[in-house]
Ligand binder design. Structure first.
Ligand SMILES: *Cc1c(COP(=O)(O)O)cnc(C)c1O
Length: 388
């Protein structure tokens, strides 16, 4: 431990292996995983299709270089852009990198339009990553403090406030894009309203801003459609994703459509590892499995079951102030800070996490079945009932 920088306050447990929605610690104890490595293991642990794809690719070629064509990258690019309704994509290795690509794309788009200091509208409560540009885009002072000077070129707006955005549009000719998560994850599972996002789409189109959605957490089936915007009747210009795309193999992507898809040319952006054969083989197995096994539909059904069970079991509990979310991205907000619940849940054999200080966040694998979903909801309800 002492050899590691203390960037995480870790819970005192080490996992040795997993299967489906369960993880096992080094003592052999079993845990129901309701966090999936923070929305990463959508197919659960040790999914045979992903394991087989990694194994087969590792036997042939782990890495070549983006100096050459990469078959698995081209195949994943086709599958992902089709799933998204986008024209093309760029592969990196993480969510922050996917957002860096989007931020660079927006700036270059602005410069092409003659805007000398292009700005991007971002929201209060947003989380976009930990690199300098993405933490500057993030709407959380705790994440920014100590790392000033921040990257400039971001304009902050309150969420779900279309009047505030109209004001920005009227007063700020430097704005070239709007970036937001359809459901804010880190700040406590805070959905943007459908009407708000549709109005944002309209404003973006009117002003030729790029509508850029950060689907790093909400993407890859998590909310019951492949991307969350597909449940909102709108199409963005740029989409970023990462977490669930490789089921644990690091990969991220920035997808674009229309004019946004024409912005980057040779030399504008790059990544040594991005889209390497191993990561793309894993990504392809993930996207194919999500489609073949109808995991988006399962996320909708199981998410409904968990939310309904929680609503009925928490009905009489006065310290539960809200239950919200979509698909298998759910939040149970309590009337006060509840960070210690992660430890208590661990002791009870359940892995959850607390986001935004007072909200229990549930992100179970998309493969969860009915009896597992009932167990999960029952376990969470009991935990919350006893937290008084
Ligand atoms: C996790 C997350 C990121 C950052 O992803 P990393 O892979 O940790 O860099 C960015 N945006 C959102 C919405 C996220 O949930």
């Amino acid at each position: 431990m002492s050899a590691l920088m203390q960037t995480y306050a870790r819970l005192p447990v080490t996992f040795s292996h997993g299967e489906g929605v369960y993880l096992y610690d080094t003592e052999g104890r079993r845990y129901m995983d309701a966090i999936s490595g923070i929305a990463v293991n959508g197919l659960g642990h040790a999914h045979p299709a992903v394991t087989a794809a990694i194994r087969a690719q590792a036997d042939k070629l782990v890495h070549s270089s983006n100096l050459y064509r990469i078959e698995a990258q081209e195949q994943l690019g086709t599958a992902l852009t089709q799933a998204a309704g986008m024209d093309n994509c760029f592969f990196g290795n993480s969510g922050a990198e996917a957002n860096e690509a989007a931020i660079k794309l927006a700036r270059l788009y602005g410069h092409h339009r003659g805007v000398k200091k292009p700005a991007i509208v971002v929201l209060e409560g947003a989380f976009h990553g930990r690199t300098l540009a993405t933490l500057s885009a993030t709407g959380n002072r705790k994440i920014q403090a100590g790392f000033e000077p921040l990257v400039s070129g971001f304009v902050r707006a309150p969420r779900n406030d279309i009047e505030a955005l109209r004001q920005i549009a009227a007063n700020n000719p430097d704005v070239v894009a709007f970036l937001a998560e359809p459901i804010q994850g880190e700040s406590g599972v805070q959905p943007l309203e459908r009407e708000y996002l549709q109005a944002v789409r309209e404003i973006c189109s009117q002003h030729e801003w790029l509508l850029m959605l950060d689907e790093v957490q909400t993407g890859n089936g998590r909310t019951g459609t492949y991307f969350a915007y597909q449940g909102l009747d709108l199409v963005p210009d740029v989409v970023t994703t990462a977490k669930g795309l490789g089921n644990g193999v690091p990969i991220g992507a920035c997808l674009a459509r229309g004019a946004a898809a024409q912005v980057f040319g040779a030399g504008h952006h790059g990544s040594t590892f991005g889209g390497n054969p191993l990561a793309c083989a894993a990504g392809l197995a993930v996207i194919n499995t999500i489609t073949q096994d109808r995991l988006c539909d399962n996320a909708t059904a199981m998410g409904q079951l968990i939310a309904d069970t929680l609503r009925s079991e928490c009905a009489g509990i006065s310290h539960v102030s809200d239950i919200r979310g979509r698909g298998l991205m759910l939040g149970v907000e309590l009337g006060r800070d509840c960070g210690e619940l992660a430890q208590r849940a661990l002791e009870a054999g359940l892995l959850i996490n607390v986001a935004g200080g007072n909200t229990v966040r549930l992100l179970p694998p998309l493969v969860i079945n009915e009896s597992e979903a009932r167990d999960l909801a029952g376990g969470v309800a009991e935990l919350i009932r006893n937290f008084d």
